[in-house]
Design a protein around this ligand. Structure first.
Ligand code: F6P
Length: 534
């Protein structure tokens, strides 16, 4: 841990705590140019963040002291950066153009990546053209995608972001273990024209296997046994388990593809079927462009690095342990949920890579809703609550062809402006008097109508949400998450924190089957179990 660089950052943040963001534009005339970037179809504006020029410099010094460049090289070189599982993490290999030469633990992998891409493309094209049909010879109309976590959130985000309004092949997603999720997804579907894709890296996830069993039974009730293989396929890093489960065909990926980084792999096969290969290729290309930027741009002009530093400055420097994601595009409504897994499963940790305590705040709590909906829900607290919650505005200039999105984006800009500028009690009082309020009434109401302001935000703009800009946006967040892990010195690629609950749930299932809590259960859990089994 580079203690001196951390101490410098904390000292700079203490000095910046009371600096007003709007004043920084006059104090530093180059601020806007220094803190805006154009990368792979995205315009990124970090100039409304809280740091002064000195604060930014301290943050960049920290990035250098933490050897972001060295750790980035280890990632791209396919070294075992996931130390607790002894694995490389090489999702950039999945989106590299044909002819790339990536190695994982010194083994070449790019040819295998290209072979799976070709397999996906051929299969999706056969399905879309009607050459590959269901057991009864009818073309497929729907794909039922079953998976959870990284095997669900990415493909669901891609589909919602890019789907045609009236797709030739529709996609339905089932993740939840609650049978209502499956029941809802199956409404109106015909087994003869439905392809079920079971997606699970491990092929051991309880929720996914239960849902897969249910879908298999649903298909089997309507199809001849010999036809099942055409309707029930798997995507996994454990092909032998998928075959044993009854998947007629399997698309594979390797263990160096982390679950929450797997949407670039065959995990997104459903989207390839729904959108066509060209769209998926555009998605990969957008991410590859962002990869090149991340590898080549100097730290002070490197978008993932600057986003990560802004977060660290807020979280550790200024003690702001939450962040809001506000995508001003209906089609990006799943982005907050996707980022919750990407960032919180990656960096929601309290020990360093060597097992010692991190000793500082790590991943903030992330929440969000699409704009403008969020404005009418939790934005009140963002403007006037005592905590400062940085906001990320993701703004699409044209969300649909027919209608300009001016209403949408002007709201986004206005929110960011209001958060930064605020309104003093004196201003609020003057406005009340000007609108005809009495002196007494103005005194009474002014404190309620004042805004502290000085609340930071980042804006990420794109002209249109295309496969390319979506790919770039997701890759931007992936690398930002990686850089934060480097700065906190944590392993961003394991997720042991989800395991204990899984083990305890299995024990409780046994208690539920026995109809009584086991003797070692705490009184509260035992009482709840008794009520639920009654
Ligand atoms: O429980 C968390 C998790 O392991 C995630 O990391 C993963 O994305 C998800 O479960 C699903 O896992 P799988 O793809 O193996 O079914």
């Amino acid at each position: 841990m580079p203690h001196a660089a951390w101490a410098e950052l904390e000292a700079a943040a203490r000095r910046d705590a009371d600096a007003r963001i709007p004043d920084q534009f006059t104090a530093d005339p180059d601020r806007l140019a220094r803190l805006t970037l154009d990368v792979a179809g995205l315009h990124i504006d970090l100039s409304k963040q809280s740091w002064t020029h000195a604060g930014l410099k301290a943050a960049l010094d920290l990035a250098r002291a933490c050897d972001v460049e060295g750790r980035r090289a280890a990632l791209f070189n396919g070294e075992a950066v996931n130390l607790t599982e002894g694995r490389a993490v090489l999702h950039p290999a999945l989106r590299a153009p044909d002819g790339a030469d990536f190695h994982v633990l010194e083994e070449p992998v790019s040819a295998e990546v290209e072979a799976v891409r070709a397999e996906m493309k051929a299969y999706a094209e056969a399905l879309r053209s009607g050459n590959e049909t269901g057991a009864s010879g009818r073309p497929f109309k729907t794909v039922l995608h079953i998976g959870i976590g990284g095997s669900d959130l990415g493909p669901r985000l891609i589909w919602d972001a890019l789907r045609p309004l009236d797709p030739a092949i529709d996609l339905r997603f089932v993740a939840n273990i609650d049978p209502r999720d499956m029941a809802e997804a199956l409404i109106g579907l015909d087994p003869e024209t439905t392809l079920v894709i079971v997606v699970s890296k491990s092929f051991t996830t309880q929720e996914t296997l239960l849902n897969a069993q249910a879908a298999k039974a649903w298909l089997a009730a309507a199809l001849p046994a010999e036809g099942m293989a055409k309707h029930f396929i798997g995507v996994t890093a454990a092909p032998e388990k998928a075959a044993a489960f009854g998947c007629g065909r399997t698309f594979a990926f390797r263990d160096w593809v982390g679950g929450r980084y797997s949407l670039w792999s065959a995990v997104s096969l459903s989207c390839v079927i729904g959108l066509g290969w060209d769209a998926f290729q555009g998605f990969l290309d957008g991410a590859a462009a962002l990869d090149r930027h991340f590898l080549e741009a100097p730290l002070e002009r490197n978008a993932p690095v600057l986003l990560a530093l802004a977060e660290i400055y807020n979280v550790d420097g200024l003690h702001r342990p939450a962040r809001t994601i506000a995508p001003y595009a209906h089609d990006l409504r799943r982005l907050p949920a996707f980022l919750q897994q990407l960032e919180m499963e990656s960096n929601g940790k309290q020990v360093r890579r060597d097992g010692a305590p991190v000793g500082r705040q790590t991943c903030p709590v992330i929440f969000g809703e699409p704009g403008a909906n969020g404005q009418h829900a939790f934005f009140q607290q963002l403007h006037q609550g005592p905590q400062v919650v940085p906001v990320e505005f993701i703004i699409v200039s044209r969300t649909c062809e027919e209608t300009p999105s001016t209403y949408l984006w002007s709201n986004a800009l206005a929110q960011a402006q209001a958060l930064m500028q605020g309104k003093t009690e004196t201003q609020a009082r003057a406005e009340l008097i000007a609108s005809g309020a009495s002196e007494d009434e103005a005194d009474r109401l002014a404190p309620h109508k004042a805004f502290p302001g000085n609340r930071p935000s980042t804006a990420i703009l794109m002209e249109r949400l295309t496969p390319q800009t979506l790919g770039a946006l997701i890759a931007l967040y992936e690398h930002k998450t990686f850089v934060e892990g480097v700065l906190w010195d944590i392993n961003s690629f394991d997720q042991w924190g989800v395991e204990l609950g899984k083990v305890l749930a299995k024990a409780l299932l046994k208690d539920a089957a026995a109809g009584a809590p086991s003797a070692d259960l705490d009184p509260s859990t035992a009482d709840l179990l008794r009520r639920l089994t009654a």
